[in-house]
Design a protein around this ligand. Structure first.
Ligand SMILES: [Zn+2]
Length: 93
């Protein structure tokens, strides 16, 4: 039995700057076409940004400026909406 002392990768949330384990963060990626997508596999090509999986980071609470800086992309309402849908977070209407 091999017991490797596995190094757990950490990433920094671009919204609150908290370091967390990678599986506690959601990865967003900007594709070569400039589309912002929720990367559920964590392996998509493009510029990535990590955000906590906390619901209060999303929707109206999200800091678009930081997300924009991290991804070098404009964050549209429609982008946020489709991200929220992709992540299946409860909607606060
Ligand atoms: Zn965060």
């Amino acid at each position: 039995m091999s017991q490797q002392n596995r190094h757990i990768p950490t990433r920094t949330c671009v919204v609150c700057r908290t370091k967390r384990q990678r599986d506690e963060l959601l990865r967003l990626v900007k594709t070569s076409k400039g589309q912002i997508l929720f990367d559920s596999t964590g392996r998509m090509d493009g510029r990535g940004a990590y955000v906590c999986a906390d619901a209060d980071h999303w929707g109206e609470g999200i800091d678009r400026g930081r997300l924009k800086n991290a991804l070098k992309a404009t964050i549209e309402d429609s982008t946020l909406r489709s991200l929220n849908e992709a992540m299946d977070l409860p909607n606060n209407e």
